[in-house]
Design a binder for this molecule. Structure first.
Ligand code: PLP
Length: 419
């Protein structure tokens, strides 16, 4: 009789781990009613409104002078790129391993994303690959703190200084992550965060840009840049969409911010427990933790699967078996982004720069990890130790029944996102 759920046995967690996310209580309800009754539902010219308060609170949380709250993480990226005048013909270096918006925002800004490989130990953008990709057209580096793990900000800032490049950090997955005790989003010219519902700080949809340069005024309606000794007049304007957040979302964001610190700590504690237990399981390991990382704001819990230690059972079979046991997992973002049809099939005026033919791009490490190595779990698993215990029990069950796991069953198709 089958023991493993994938073969018809009883799952470790019938029905799966409950996401229990997003979390809210009367604080959010009260804040929403306040906005409703105030009659000021828009954040424009509303310096005491919820969005304005959230901006101050988020800048304080991150440790920058300013935070501009916008409608999404994607618009945060595009606004950041455009407010540095990055545009047609410019190249922006992005990692191959990320969510589509990192690279698509470069295209919608009119520039060309140049994909580079990752460091296989950390899954973060490889500083060596960045250096190799720099040309006379390169204007910026757009590192992603993928899964909440930080990119090597020492090397990235050093390269940026050496080549006079801008740095825009994609922090959409990294609220609370610290490199040398400084939050991500404080190192580059801009940090871009997402508050979409799966994120560890959410108001349904939203985003923020963090920055320290007071000469840049991002007003989300038209972009303007002030000279440093400004008399208050913008020197020029750039057209933009309306990317403001409503006061209702701002009310939720502000309320959620008051819970963020505790939630990050809980995830971190449970992740450390998971990583410690994982060391006892052959064929699975965690990402290398650089000593300069002082905190990880986990978005994905990323592990490495080594098929050679699992009787050559393919990673996809392992993931499907774990899912059948009730553990939501996957490969996070399914492919290196340059393989997305958006890049493979694009024939548009945007990509007129030589070298932007994505059919020839090849990042071996990014391709390898998606094909056979990465196993990602959503962050809500980390909200409770009981959830982590379910994951560990399920992994042990697969390990203890490896012969049954290996038996020849048809391969179901993997879905990329674990949530
Ligand atoms: C790395 C990364 N960048 C950008 C974004 C875009 O954020 P949003 O969905 O808020 O537009 C996401 C969202 O999933 C992301 O994971």
């Amino acid at each position: 009789m089958a023991i493993l759920a994938i073969n018809g046995g009883k799952p470790v967690s019938p029905g799966g781990i409950k996401p229990n996310w997003p979390i809210y209580d009367k604080t959010e309800k009260k804040a929403l009613i306040e906005v409703l009754e105030s009659g000021r539902w828009c954040n424009r010219a509303n310096p005491d409104g919820k969005v304005a308060q959230a901006e101050k609170a988020f800048a304080k949380f991150v440790g920058t002078k300013y935070a501009k709250v916008v409608s999404s993480g994607t618009t945060a990226l595009e606004l950041a790129l455009r407010s540095c005048d990055i545009s047609y013909g410019d190249e922006v270096i992005v990692p191959a391993v990320t969510f589509l918006a990192t690279a698509s925002s470069v295209i919608t800004s009119g520039a060309v994303p140049i994909f580079v490989d990752i460091d296989p130990e950390t899954y973060q953008i490889s500083p060596d690959a960045i250096e190799e990709a720099i040309t006379e057209r390169t204007r910026a580096i757009l590192p992603v703190h993928y899964g909440g793990y930080p990119a090597d900000m020492d090397r990235i800032m050093e390269i940026a200084r050496k080549h006079e490049l801008l740095v825009i950090e994609d922090c959409a997955e990294a609220h609370g992550t610290e490199w040398r005790e400084k939050s991500v989003g404080t190192f580059g010219n801009f940090g871009c965060f997402s508050f979409q519902m799966a994120k560890t700080l959410t108001c349904g949809e939203g985003g923020a840009i963090t920055y320290n340069d007071g000469t840049i005024d991002i007003n989300c309606f038209s972009l303007s840049r002030m000279p440093e000794n400004s008399n208050g007049e913008a020197t020029y304007y750039l057209p933009a969409g309306n990317w403001r957040m409503s006061e209702f979302a701002g009310a939720i964001l502000l309320s959620q911010l008051s819970r963020l610190e505790k939630q990050i700590e809980a995830r971190q504690k449970n992740a450390e427990y998971f990583i410690q237990e994982l060391q006892k399981i052959e064929g699975l390991s965690s990402l290398k933790k650089d000593a300069r990382i002082t905190r990880i704001g986990y978005f994905f819990l990323l592990s490495k699967y080594n098929a050679s230690k699992w009787n050559d059972i393919p990673r996809d079979r392992f993931i499907e078996a774990l899912k059948a046991e009730g553990v939501q997992c996957g490969t996070a973002h399914n492919d290196p982004q340059y393989l997305n049809p958006l890049f493979q099939k694009i024939k548009s005026a945007y990509l007129t720069v030589p070298g932007a033919d994505y059919s020839t791009v090849h990042c071996p490490e990014a391709e390898r990890i998606y094909e056979m190595e990465v196993v990602a779990m959503p962050n809500y698993v980390l909200m409770k130790k009981e959830n982590v215990d379910i994951v560990l029990s399920a992994i042990h069950k697969l390990r203890d029944n490896i012969a049954e796991l290996k038996s020849n069953h048809s391969q179901p198709k993997i879905t990329a996102h674990p949530v």
